[in-house]
Write a new protein. Structure first.
Length: 255
């Protein structure tokens, strides 16, 4: 069931979104060569504590995972698409890092992700990340009253496929509100004019995921959480929590 949020509730979700945005900005600033992924999780966790917020990621245990998620931050490096567990890996020059983070504040959730290069960027990685961001922007532009879920999916998928990138099947965006994951699902590829109609008060986490090699294949790493590209090519992930309003889409996780 999809819960339509009141304008007051959307304002409250914006406060949770601000915490997420601040945490991701802090992670990006701290992500230098030699810093461990575990260090970045501590940086993000401190932002939560300072805000009086809690983590919807920590101890989250969906049916596909063998163990609860052990951190507040998903940190996915290079060929890891999403759900990377922060460990003692130390960042190297040229690494592509996708950081995904969530916060619960005042009974509401926010969820967002960014991808960026640590140190010296490779042109092909810059293009991959820019395309992920364009796909996210296209999805947000399609998130208007009167459109349907399929219009968001089609907008994202068109940007990704036109650039020659793969899209991991079965993983995409979702509704969000009192819980991090709510109905409806928001695929990253689909047919326009199909699916649930978009209404004022719906709040969605829109999150394109791109595979540089152009194929869609991926697999779970031995930890049961991290999803990696089958061909070893790099991946990028971009995400915002977006409220659908009569005045147009409102991004709740922007700085």
């Amino acid at each position: 069931m999809v819960e339509l949020k009141t304008d007051t509730s959307i304002d409250a979700m914006r406060e949770a979104g601000r915490v997420v945005a601040r945490a991701l900005a802090a992670v990006r600033a701290a992500a230098t060569v030699g810093v461990s992924l575990r260090d970045l999780d501590e940086v993000a966790h401190q932002v939560l504590k300072d805000a009086g917020a809690t983590s919807p990621f920590l101890h989250y245990h969906p049916s596909f995972a063998p163990v609860p998620f052990p951190a507040t931050l998903c940190a996915s490096v290079n060929d890891a698409i999403v759900h990377g567990i922060p460990d003692d890996y130390r960042l190297r020059d040229g690494d592509l890092l996708s950081a995904d983070f969530g916060a619960h504040l005042g009974g509401w959730a926010g969820d967002s992700a960014i991808s960026f290069i640590v140190g010296t960027p490779r042109p092909e990685d810059v293009h991959l990340i820019e395309t992920a961001e364009r796909a996210l922007h296209a999805g947000i532009e399609a998130a208007v009253v009167g459109n349907r879920i399929g219009d968001i999916a089609h907008a994202i998928g068109t940007v990704c496929r036109d650039a020659g990138y793969g899209i991991p099947d079965g993983f995409g965006g979702h509704g969000i509100g009192r819980q991090m994951h709510e109905d409806p699902a928001v695929p990253n590829e689909g047919r326009p004019g199909r699916g649930m109609p978009l209404r004022h008060g719906m709040v969605l986490a829109i999150e394109p995921m791109l595979i540089a090699g152009g194929k869609d294949g991926f697999h779970a790493a031995p930890d049961g959480w991290t999803l990696r590209t089958d061909d070893g090519s790099r991946a990028a992930h971009a995400e915002h929590t977006v409220a659908i309003t009569d005045a147009g889409p409102r991004v709740l996780t922007a700085l």
